[in-house]
Design a protein. Structure first.
Length: 267
């Protein structure tokens, strides 16, 4: 009961801010629009039928880089788990690591100049991307997030897993007012993203709006990684409409979709 009361207070505090109240209303409106139109069952079956083994995919492209990726992930996990456990003791759950192996591998094999990610949370994917960019000795990361408004003082937890040596490298820009506002900042500059990782609003309309909006800012040869594609048909409809090559990988019962735009050595 006490935790529920604290959550209620945190939501109210978040809603009293002008910019966040607008975001909460937009989320509520989208939720109402998609009530009774669940595509989860069919989308999960479609993804499962097409899913492949991630390790085989990476090893098939570049064996040495696959082994490097395994070591990098071990490093990230060993340094992050103690922080995650400490947060859990305070009742704070910001989600797990998901597809950080795939994210690291893609960033290393492409060696992008610009990377965009949405949905930072504790910073598992941010850590993987920045670690890969450090290994590449080039590249900038733009990260979009919205604080977990059910948590007290949520801003201080965003990207908490990213170590100081990567955080201080000056190639990471983090904006925290939601994708709509954050993209206004990121896309105001002339740049092309070679890698994009989407892990924010899971609603179908939000995914499709993001994909359409980011399209002009994708490099000729680029990769878009989208988490939790089993929630709806957004990924399926997009790759079908655009006729893009794609891969699907399973992580703990959930599915990650990878879109390949242009030339990429897809086995």
């Amino acid at each position: 009961m006490m935790q529920a009361f604290k959550t209620f207070i945190n939501v109210i505090n978040f809603a009293t801010k002008t910019w966040s109240a607008k975001i909460l209303w937009a989320k509520f409106r989208l939720r109402l629009e998609e009530l009774g139109r669940s595509e989860a069952s069919g989308a999960k079956e479609w993804a499962k039928e097409r899913s492949e083994d991630t390790s085989s995919f990476m090893a098939g492209l570049e064996t040495d880089l696959y082994h490097e990726t395994c070591l990098a992930v071990q490093k990230i996990v060993s340094r992050s788990v103690p922080k995650v456990r400490h947060l859990a003791l305070d009742g704070i759950d910001l989600g797990g690591g998901g597809s950080i192996d795939l994210i690291y591998f893609i960033c290393r094999i492409i060696k992008p100049t610009y990377v965009l990610e949405t949905g930072v949370a504790a910073g598992w994917s941010s850590y993987a991307i920045l670690e890969a960019l450090s290994k590449n000795r080039k590249g900038y990361l733009d990260s979009s997030d919205l604080p977990y408004f059910r948590i007290e003082d949520p801003e201080k937890y965003i990207g908490i897993l990213v170590p100081d040596e990567l955080r201080n490298a000056k190639n990471w820009r983090l904006e925290t007012k939601g994708d709509s506002e954050n993209l206004n900042v990121f896309l105001a500059e002339p740049k092309k993203f070679s890698v994009v990782h989407y892990d924010s609003d899971k609603r179908k309309s939000s995914r499709l709006n993001f994909l359409e909006r980011i399209e002009p800012w994708l490099a000729d040869n680029s990769v878009v990684i989208m988490d939790d594609i089993q929630d709806n048909y957004a990924f399926k409809e997009y790759v079908s409409y655009k006729n893009y090559s794609f891969k699907i990988f399973e992580y703990e019962g959930k599915f990650v979709g990878v879109i390949f735009k242009g030339s990429f050595p897809v086995p």
